[in-house]
Ligand binder design. Structure first.
Ligand code: MN3
Length: 225
């Protein structure tokens, strides 16, 4: 059951990322790659600046990729796909650095795909129906996501997830993500300070509102359902 769920998640994740097999499924010790951003560096302005992406994608995400490859070199986990490495290293103290860096590579790739230029608005079709049945409506779902993102103490993530056929929101700390809990992620919102500090300083709530009003990519969430 656990294994079947996981395989389903992996296949869906690949399709949704649109990254192709080369980026996420690697064989023969191939290095983890930094996937291209799914929009131009200034594509999220004025809500998230090119300056923020220069650091967040160009420095932070790139560093997680570099560190992950260095840490994996010569270990039995080298060459496995990201989700397998995350599963095999989660909760293992001797693999904490591997987990942190590989999970952050996955989380950031998921986050970039959770946004798009001129995003926001309303989801359509099955996703909207599910938000109505599981949250009471789009407004309630947005409020739940904003509450989770605003109340994460310190560094972490807010997620829209599908847990046993029910849509929910969840928070995770630091590099943790829904996969380690056997839960399928649909959308990710990075609430580490590096995600918003250059543009919003301490105003995390304004960043969260901009994400929901102008950036969120509901089609990506729908594709992950
Ligand atoms: Mn980040």
């Amino acid at each position: 059951m656990e294994r079947r769920r996981f395989i389903a998640v992996s296949a869906l994740g690949l399709a949704a990322f649109g990254l192709g097999s080369a980026s996420l499924v690697r064989a023969g010790g191939e290095a983890i790659a930094l996937p291209p951003l799914p929009f131009p560096p200034d594509g999220l302005e004025p809500h998230i600046s090119a300056r923020t992406l220069e650091f967040h994608y160009g420095k932070h995400h790139a560093a997680y990729v570099k560190n992950a490859n260095q840490l994996l070199g010569g270990t039995p986990l080298q060459g496995l796909d990201l989700e397998t490495i995350i599963r095999k290293s989660a909760g293992n103290k001797s693999r904490a650095a591997v987990f942190n860096n590989v999970a952050q590579v996955f989380n950031h790739t998921f986050y970039w795909n959770s946004m798009k230029p001129n995003g926001g608005g309303e989801p359509k079709g099955k996703l909207l129906e599910r938000l109505k049945s599981d949250f009471g409506g789009l407004d309630q779902a947005r409020a739940a996501l904003a509450e989770a993102a605003g109340s994460q103490f310190g560094s972490g993530w807010a997620w829209l997830v599908e847990d046993h056929d029910k849509l929910k929101v969840m928070r995770t700390a630091n590099a943790d993500n829904p996969l380690t809990h056997g839960i399928k992620p649909l959308l990710a919102l990075d609430v580490w300070e590096h995600a918003y500090y250059l543009d919003y300083q301490n105003r995390r709530a304004d960043y969260i509102r901009a994400f929901l009003d102008h950036l969120v990519n509901w089609e990506f969430a729908a594709a992950n359902l």
